[in-house]
Design a protein around this ligand. Structure first.
Ligand code: FAD
Ligand code: SF4
Ligand code: SF4
Ligand code: SF4
Length: 384
């Protein structure tokens, strides 16, 4: 077997849990790790060597679940209110509206009530679906999701699953067969952040107080292009100076899942029916559509994706793009994120110091922080 379960190479596991729910003897469970990323572990005493865990691993069967992008589009939801409450042009809302009206249940990522954790849930109501809007740049837990979803599909329920490309690939590998009643959407993906780091960051930001709202992106007080900064409403506002630290940590690739810098799905063949993303190159590819509320990139990858396209015309403005240009302008349809070569040092420091000290040093811009990073950033730049 060539998967994480035998090699223990962290870069070859995206944490989809497909193996956990496929093992016939229940030999695989989820490790309890400091960074809180989901990793499987095998109880050798229960393993019968059937190899099923390898066959369902999206790291090992990418070729079986991907299809080349067929057509590419710029998409803008016709409702400005919807775009304001979405990461880019509101593609997810438009697609889920269409499918829900056709009886589909939607699966996507939501914050829990404390805003410290992100998890996938299924929903049949539009109000509940709205909690899935806006990107959460942290690993979303798929605990119990694949088996529940399979049971629903087998019972005749139509399902729309949205997630990272590796989560969609993991689901397809877990299901092991095509379902006409399953529609999937992934996104252009730069990677996910550690759930432990996320939860500690939110705790620090809110100073442990109750949170009424948190989002990684905010268009209510800024334009789409400047929206990549978090917003929070909490009882204690004394620590809000830490708001910019989040994107600094993300952009410096601290706390990224190891598999994200070796991602098998950072390419122009996709595991889903439709892929969406931020069309940052809108000003160049379709200047007539660009404005301050955002434009989505959308690619059609399968017949199902193509069939849905006609229904999106009612709620959205769509413009077909030159496929080569659109694909080459989306970085993570071409290559994975670059790793931070001091990520190991980051985690060693984190284990020895408080979350506050770690976040201040690695997400900060103080002289101490800059001096600490300088030699390593130089090495990073040389290696690229
Ligand atoms: C971790 C992550 C990395 C991304 N990286 C890029 C990138 O490099 N380039 C790019 O162009 N676009 C990237 N995106 C996609 C982009 O941020 C928007 O989601 C996309 O433009 C769709 O916008 P929308 O207006 O249609 O979606 P929205 O209405 O904002 O819908 C968000 C959708 O994303 C899903 N989602 C949110 N958070 C998660 C999560 N943690 N795990 C799984 N699913 C989630 C929701 O379930 C929902 O389906 C990323 C998104 C995420 C979550
Ligand atoms: S080889 Fe079979 S029994 Fe052993 S862990 Fe993998 S799926 Fe479970
Ligand atoms: S199936 Fe998923 S969780 Fe299991 S080893 Fe493969 S990538 Fe990791
Ligand atoms: S970058 Fe790749 S491995 Fe990381 S979350 Fe996205 S699809 Fe999964």
């Amino acid at each position: 077997m060539n998967t994480y379960l035998t090699t223990k190479d962290e870069k070859s596991c995206c944490g989809c849990l497909s193996c956990v729910y496929s093992c016939p003897t229940g030999a695989i469970s989820v490790e309890n790790r400091f960074d809180a990323f989901a990793f499987p572990t095998v109880d050798a005493a229960k393993c019968v060597g059937c190899d099923k865990c390898r066959k369902v691993c999206p790291n090992d069967c990418a070729e079986a679940v991907i299809s080349p992008i067929r057509r590419t589009f710029a998409l803008k939801h016709k409702s400005d209110e919807t775009r304001k409450r979405s990461s880019s042009g509101g593609a997810f809302t438009a697609i889920s509206d269409c499918l829900m009206e056709d009886g589909y249940k939607v699966y996507g990522a939501v914050f829990d009530g404390t805003y410290r954790h992100v998890m996938h849930v299924g929903s049949a109501s539009k109000d509940d679906r709205d909690r899935m809007r806006i990107s959460k740049y942290v690993e979303s837990s798929l605990k119990d999701v694949y088996p529940a979803l399979k049971a629903e599909l087998d019972a005749g329920q139509r399902v729309f699953f949205t997630g990272t490309p590796c989560q969609v690939a993991g689901l397809k590998a877990f299901l092991g067969k095509e379902y006409d009643s399953l529609f999937t959407m992934d996104f252009v993906c730069h990677g996910v952040f550690s759930p432990k780091l996320m939860s500690d960051y939110i705790e620090l930001l809110s100073n442990g107080s109750k949170i009424a709202y948190f989002a990684f992106r905010d268009k209510t007080n800024s334009t789409w292009e400047a929206s990549e900064k978090p917003t929070i409403q909490c009882e204690d506002t004394s620590n809000l100076r830490y708001l910019p630290y989040c994107y600094r940590l993300i952009s410096r690739s601290f706390g990224h899942r190891p598999s994200c810098s070796a991602c098998k799905y950072a390419q122009s063949s996709r595991p889903s029916d439709i892929t969406v993303g931020d069309l940052w190159s809108a000003g160049w590819l379709c200047p007539e559509l660009k404005d301050d509320l955002g434009v989505s990139f959308l690619s059609v990858n399968t017949d199902k994706g193509q069939a849905l396209l006609d229904h999106l015309k009612e709620s959205c403005t769509l413009r077909e793009l030159d496929k080569e240009k659109a694909v080459s302008s989306a970085e993570h349809l071409n290559r994975p994120s670059r790793p931070s070569y001091i990520n190991d040092m980051f985690w060693k420091y984190y284990k020895r110091h408080s979350p506050r000290k770690t976040i201040e040093l690695y997400g900060g811009d103080s002289l101490k922080s800059k001096l600490m990073r300088k030699p390593f950033e130089y090495i990073n730049a040389k290696r690229r």
